[in-house]
Design a protein around this ligand. Structure first.
Ligand code: SOE
Length: 388
C-alpha cells in the first residue's frame, strides 16, 4: 500500500459532495488503516459557490474545468448530475486516474457501455457509488445467503419509495429531465434496488434474463424555482414497477416512486428462498428480519455486534449507526483499492473488506443499467424484453 496521501478531486459539492467529504473526514478518525487522503480540488461552475464549498468541505483548491483536474489528482470523484458522468469519467480513466462515480452509471445504456469499456481498458479502480451495499445489515444478509441459509433463492421483492415530488408545485430540477438524468425514479432509486438484489443474490441467480416494466409520470410540468410563472416539462418517470426473471428461474418484483405520500426514504428489500426469508428496510438500517430453519416467523437481528461488518470501527457494540456511515465504508473500500493498485505504487495484496478489487465497479453498474434500459424499453414498446 502506498504511503503518499491520495489527492482527491471532486466534481460536485452539493448533496453527494457533502456525503463524501463527510466520509473522508471520518475515515482517519475511525478507520486507522484507511489510506491517508488529501482533499485536493473541488470542481463546479459557480466560482463563488465553489469557494464556499471548498471552505466548508475542506478542499485546498477550486476549478471550473474538470479537464484540468483529472490528471492532477490520484482519484476522481464524479458526483455531478448523471449527464456529466460519461465524458469526465472516461477522460479520467484514460488519464490513468481511478474513478468513483455516483449512480446510475450513465443516463443511457450506450453511455454506460462506453464507461464500462473505458474501465476495462484502464486497469485502475472504477467504482460506482451504490452506497447501500455498505450497510452492515446488508452485508450480514449476504453472508447468510452465501452460506445457503435461505436455500435456493426463489423471489426478491424490492421497493424504494419517496415523496419529495408528490406536490405538483415542487420545483423542476435536472432530476426531472430525460437528457440530464436519463430516467426518473427508475434510475435514481430503482438502480439502487436492482444493484442491491444483484449484490445479495447475484451469485445464486445470475443475471436478469427477461424484464417487463411500467413507468408513469403523474406531473407533466413543474415550476422553475425563482422564475415567476415559468414551468418546464417533466420528461422522466415519477414511478416505475418491474418484474424480472433471472437466469436461474428466480423472480423479482421491483418498484420505486418519488410521489409516494407517507414514505420518505423507504428502501426495502426482501429475499425468499426454499429454506428461509430475510427482509431489510433502510428506515431501520441497523436491523435485519431473518427467518431460517425451523423458526415459525421472523426474528429481528440487531446488526451491531462487534463481529458484524464494519461495526468494530465505530462505537462500542450495540450502538446504532446511520445513513452517512455507508459512505464512510464505501470510501474506505474504494480508497484501499486505489492505494493497493500497482499503478499507484501499491502491492495488490492484503486489504480490507472486499480486498484490492472494488465492487460495485463499472461492470457491475453496467449490468444494472441493462436492466434499467430493458424496463424502459418494455414500457415504451409494451412487450417483455429478453436480455440473453
Ligand atoms: C433521491 O432523492 C436520492 O437522493 C437519491 O439520488 C440517492 O441515491 C438516494 O440514496 C436517496 O435519494
Amino acid at each position: 500500500m502506498t504511503d503518499e496521501p491520495i489527492d482527491i478531486g471532486v466534481l460536485g459539492y452539493r448533496f453527494m459532495g457533502k456525503a463524501h467529504a463527510n466520509a473522508l473526514d471520518r475515515l482517519p478518525m475511525f478507520f486507522e488503516d484507511a489510506p491517508e487522503t488529501n482533499r485536493h480540488t473541488v470542481i463546479g461552475r459557480d466560482e463563488e459557490a465553489l469557494a464556499d464549498a471548498a471552505e466548508t468541505l475542506g478542499f485546498e483548491h477550486t476549478a471550473t474545468d474538470w479537464c484540468e483536474v483529472i490528471d492532477e489528482v490520484d482519484a476522481f470523484y464524479n458526483l455531478g448530475p448523471n449527464h456529466l458522468h460519461v465524458e469526465p469519467s472516461i477522460a479520467a480513466l484514460e488519464a490513468g486516474t481511478p474513478v468513483l462515480c455516483e449512480k446510475p452509471l450513465a443516463p443511457t445504456l450506450a453511455g454506460a457501455e462506453e464507461m464500462r469499456d473505458a474501465a476495462a481498458a484502464a486497469d485502475v479502480p472504477a467504482a460506482c457509488a451504490f452506497n447501500y451495499r455498505f450497510v452492515p445489515a446488508i452485508r450480514y444478509a449476504k453472508r447468510l445467503i452465501d452460506a445457503g441459509e435461505l436455500g435456493e433463492i426463489r423471489q426478491v421483492r424490492g421497493r424504494y419509495l419517496q415523496d419529495w415530488l408528490s406536490d405538483p408545485e415542487a420545483p423542476w430540477s435536472w432530476r426531472n429531465d430525460e437528457d440530464m438524468a436519463g430516467s426518473g425514479a427508475l434510475g435514481d432509486l430503482g438502480a439502487h434496488t436492482i444493484d442491491l438484489a444483484r449484490f445479495l443474490v447475484g451469485d445464486r441467480v445470475s443475471e436478469a434474463a427477461s424484464v417487463s416494466g411500467h413507468r408513469k409520470t403523474f406531473t407533466e410540468e413543474r415550476p422553475v424555482e425563482g422564475a415567476d410563472g415559468e414551468t418546464r416539462p417533466v420528461t422522466v418517470d415519477d414511478a416505475y414497477s418491474a418484474q424480472v426473471e433471472y437466469d436461474s428461474g428466480a423472480m423479482a418484483t421491483f418498484e420505486a416512486s418519488r410521489v409516494t405520500e407517507g414514505h420518505k426514504n423507504d428502501h426495502t428489500i426482501a429475499v425468499h428462498g426454499s429454506e428461509g426469508s430475510l427482509q431489510f428496510s433502510l428506515e431501520r438500517l441497523n436491523e435485519l428480519e431473518v427467518m431460517t430453519g425451523d423458526a415459525r416467523g421472523y426474528e429481528t437481528v440487531l446488526v451491531t455486534d462487534e463481529d458484524d461488518p464494519y461495526i468494530d470501527h465505530w462505537w462500542p457494540p450495540g450502538h446504532v449507526i446511520g445513513w452517512e456511515h455507508t459512505f464512510v465504508h464505501e470510501n474506505y473500500e474504494f480508497l484501499t483499492s486505489v492505494a493497493q493498485n500497482p499503478t499507484n505504487g501499491g502491492d495488490e495484496v492484503g486489504g480490507t473488506g472486499e480486498g484490492a478489487e472494488f465492487h460495485p465497479n463499472f461492470e457491475d453498474a453496467y449490468e444494472v443499467q441493462r436492466v434499467l434500459d430493458a424496463i424502459g424499453r418494455s414500457d415504451a414498446e409494451g412487450v417483455r424484453v429478453n436480455l440473453n
